[in-house]
Structure formats: C-alpha cells, structure tokens
Design a protein around this ligand. Sequence first.
Ligand code: BEZ
Length: 211
Amino acid sequence: MAIRLGDIAPDFKAITTEGEINFHEWLGNSWGILFSHPADFTPVCTTELGTVSKLQNEFKNRNVKTIALSVDSLESHHNWVKDINETQNTVVNFPIIADPIFEVSKLYDMIHPNASDKFTVRSVFIIGADKKVKLTLTYPASTGRNFDEILRVIDSLQLTANYSVATPANWKNGEDVVIAPSIKDEEIAAKFPKGYSRIKPYLRLTPQPNL
Ligand code: BEZ
C-alpha cells in the first residue's frame, strides 16, 4: 500500500556504504530524507548525489539526515562514489543503501512498473523527528530534483510544526507567513506579537514568528 502523509515511515534493516543500519535507530532524534535514484553510474543521479553532499551543512543545520537508495550493489555504490567525488568536486558524506533484491524499494513503493520494473523512480520521503512521513515526491528518471526546494520545504515543515501558521506560494525562509484559519482574530495579538495584516477574513499575514 502507498505510504501516506502522517504514516509512520516503515522501519527496515539495510546495507549501506556506511555499514548496516536499522533505519529508525539510524534516524535517532533527527529528521530524515530518504531518496531513491534509478541507477549508479548515470549522469543525473551523479549530479544529484553530488548536490546533496555539498548541501550537507544545510541539512545538518536543520537536524536532517539524508540517505540515498538504488537497487545497485554495495560494490557498485562504492565504485560510483569515487566518480561522484571526482566529477562533482565533493566527498560523499551520507550513506547510500544497496537494495539489490528490492526490499526497501518495494516497502516504500519506489518501483513504478509502468515506468520501469528494474529501477527505482526518483522518490523523496521527508520524515519528521517523530518518524512520521511529512512529504512525499516522485520524479521521473529524466528529471533531476531541486534540492534547494527540498530545503525550502523542510524550513516550512519545521516552522509550521511549531507555530499556527502556513507558508504561502513560493515562500522562502524569512518572508511573511499565513496565519492558520483556526486562529480567531481576537487570539492573534497574543500569538503573533509582531503584528499582522488582514487582507481578507481568511487571508491574514504575519512576519515569520521564529526569527
Ligand atoms: C540519470 O541519472 O541520468 C538517468 C538514470 C536513468 C534514466 C535516465 C537518466
């Protein structure tokens, strides 16, 4: 069955480039991003893993651990990492799961047989510190993902988990946010001391509260 928002991210054991892991134990108290790519030694995937490696400080600042997956072998992953480091001018600094018998990819529905029954699509699962799935994304093999967008989503998810706000279209960290419809006008002054603007009864903006 498909994994839905709010579900507990399924736990699993796996072999990775950084040793054997138990997923929930590996996550610990961190948020997590589990993302699949179709295959090792392919161009788009090479740029994606290089990009995630270079963004590692951004993920760490947000208490997020990243872990990649493909159905290639551990030996293949280790060999490919050398190419990623060389061509992307980085040192891959997060684990890559080897899933040659499709255990994790089937558990997370990363194989879409009408796209390919041999390779995983580009899935992304953002998992909160409570182990619940906060966001899912699915991209085809031909389109590399925008990891700046994934950082932006994490900023929104972590902000909205702690304050009664939502983030509007194209919002970026530091911009005004929307006050949740569940908050009554008379409650706003206490909850949002930086003030607010009331454009419509249902559209009320306030400065980002955690800055
Ligand atoms: C790539 O990563 O470049 C790729 C992988 C599978 C199919 C097409 C492109």
